[in-house]
Design a protein around this ligand. Structure first.
Ligand code: FAD
Length: 479
């Protein structure tokens, strides 16, 4: 399946008039093709690859509206639906759906402290992380959220969530105490006491079990910490990989967060390296980052003490905008030799597609987060496996401008990932886990969670969705 072009013509009378039925139940909250609200909604997806044309868009303003929309969908078993929070997945037909019903949660964007609690925040699924950081900054606190401010809360947390604080505090989904979920049977809370099986399955499960409308998240005392970005010429590749290997083979330091990227920038027609790096304490030029901060030569960087909000704005500003994109992921145990092989496969693949105008190709390494020992999420990783010590999550992301390049870029990218995984497997360095928030539409992250987790998730699905509404009609990665 190639990402669809934006020109697909969909009409409001498709799908046996479900839009008319929805308009009766949710007056004023249904938007049809050709209306200005509909067009700006479709255009607001971060990547062009996700700008499908649904038969209608539903914009709930209350949790009950989501329940009402799902009830109508059960009457139309052939109609697919998509759940959208921030709309940041590049995958086509995941948070949007051609000719189906897209439920856009962005009006469910409450951000407020839980009464009487300084350490708990209620956040609507449709909020952006930038709004969360801005709110918390007033209280000298922060949260385990996205490193870019415009990412949505809903997809980020239900997929896991890798934050600045990941090396110390783990996945974002493991920093949640409660979720308000609309299942096929109605509105419930999911937490470690109420519906704990649902609470586990959703953390890593996207929208296979229900639609999360609100999260209660743990906040952390945090004003400023050390961080920023440094860019280096491509000649530093070996020094970069060695610094990463040294970091991962030394004693685990939970304060060090490194996002190491090897890039090709089409607008400059050149390769380079960029480390976005953070030391999660108020300490300038800490020893923990020395291996990376000292690599020479380098271009002037932005290392400083600053807030989560500003670091997230800084990374947001570096994102390629309004482009077609593919994300792909795998998990490896890092060594210098495997890093070299993976880098050279990525470079060769990039050279095959650099004629595509204004292309950006990025290979990024980042630490696997530590897991909560007594609070398993739905991703099926053994919390005793200590993957955070030596393993890295890789993301290969490619951004381009012209839809005519969709098919060939995706093919080159897919072949490259297969080669990387084969090379890692040969060195016994490949881990099966695929991070769902970075996975491409043709990957299968649910299967990577292992059979026992899939079996448990199926039980959860049958219990909360006995008639299979989500299994049959929700789009996205399927369990
Ligand atoms: C610029 C940018 C920066 C990023 N930075 C990071 C980062 O720092 N760390 C990281 O880990 N990832 C990052 N990502 C990846 C990001 O986590 C995923 O794309 C994530 O799914 C986006 O969440 P969203 O709400 O914007 O997604 P959407 O595109 O709205 O949804 C993505 C998926 O989540 C499901 N979903 C959305 N909302 C809900 C809900 N309320 N209930 C149930 N299922 C739901 C949808 O069905 C869909 O399958 C980034 C992506 C971009 C484009």
């Amino acid at each position: 399946m190639a990402p669809s072009d934006q020109n697909t013509q969909i009409h409001a009378d498709d799908n046996n008039g479900i839009h008319a039925r929805l308009a009766v139940v949710l007056p004023g909250k249904i938007f049809l093709p050709d209306s200005s609200e509909y067009n700006s909604n479709v255009g607001s997806y971060f990547f062009r690859t996700a700008r499908q044309s649904p038969a209608c868009i539903v914009k709930p303003t209350f949790t009950q509206d989501v329940a009402a929309a799902l009830e109508v969908l059960t009457e139309y078993p052939d109609v697919k639906f998509a759940i959208r929070s921030g709309g940041h997945t590049p995958n086509p037909n995941h948070s949007n759906v051609d000719a189906g019903v897209t439920i856009d949660l962005r009006a469910l964007a409450v951000v407020k402290k839980v009464d009487g609690r300084n350490d708990l925040l209620q956040v609507g699924a449709g909020a952006e992380w930038g709004a969360v950081y801005e709110y918390l900054e007033k209280f000298g606190r922060s949260a385990v959220g996205s490193r870019e401010s415009s990412v949505g809360v809903g997809g980020f947390i239900t997929g896991g969530g890798l934050s600045f604080f990941a090396p110390e505090l783990g996945f974002a989904c493991d920093n949640v105490t409660n979720m308000e979920v609309v299942t096929a049977q109605g509105i419930v809370n999911a937490n470690n006491e109420e519906n704990p099986d649902l609470f586990r399955a959703i953390r890593g499960g996207h929208c296979n079990f229900g639609v999360v409308t609100r999260f209660d998240i743990i906040t952390h005392e945090r004003t400023t910490f050390w961080g920023g970005g440094i860019r280096y010429p491509e000649t530093t590749e070996d020094a970069q990989l060695q610094a990463m290997v040294d970091l991962k083979s030394g004693e685990y330091n939970p304060c060090v967060a490194i996002i190491q990227s090897f890039l090709y920038l089409g607008f400059q027609k050149s390769f380079c390296v960029s480390n976005n790096m953070y030391y999660l304490r108020q300490e300038e030029h800490p020893v923990g980052l020395k291996g990376f901060e000292d690599i020479q030569p380098q271009f002037p960087g932005t290392m400083r003490l600053d807030t989560t909000k500003n670091f997230a704005l800084e990374l947001q500003a570096k994102q390629p905008l309004d482009q077609f994109a593919i994300y792909m992921t795998t998990t490896i145990r890092i060594s210098f030799s495997i890093g070299k092989k993976i880098n050279s496969i990525w470079r060769a693949a990039t050279l095959e597609i650099i004629d595509s105008p204004n292309i950006t190709s990025v290979l990024t390494y980042q630490t696997f987060p530590p897991l909560k020992r007594n609070d398993p999420n739905g991703m099926g990783i053994d919390s005793n496996s200590e993957l955070h010590k030596e393993h890295l999550i890789l993301i290969i992301s490619i951004y381009w401008l012209e839809s005519k390049d969709n098919e060939r870029i995706i093919k080159v990218a897919k072949d490259a990932l297969e080669k990387m995984e084969a090379a890692a497997a040969e060195e016994n360095a490949l881990h099966p886990y695929k991070y769902i928030n970075y996975a491409s539409f043709w990957q299968d992250p649910p299967s990577s969670y292992g059979q026992a987790t899939l079996d448990a998730s199926n039980e959860v699905s049958k219990k909360y969705d006995p008639d299979g509404l989500f299994r049959r009609q929700a789009v996205g990665f399927k369990f």
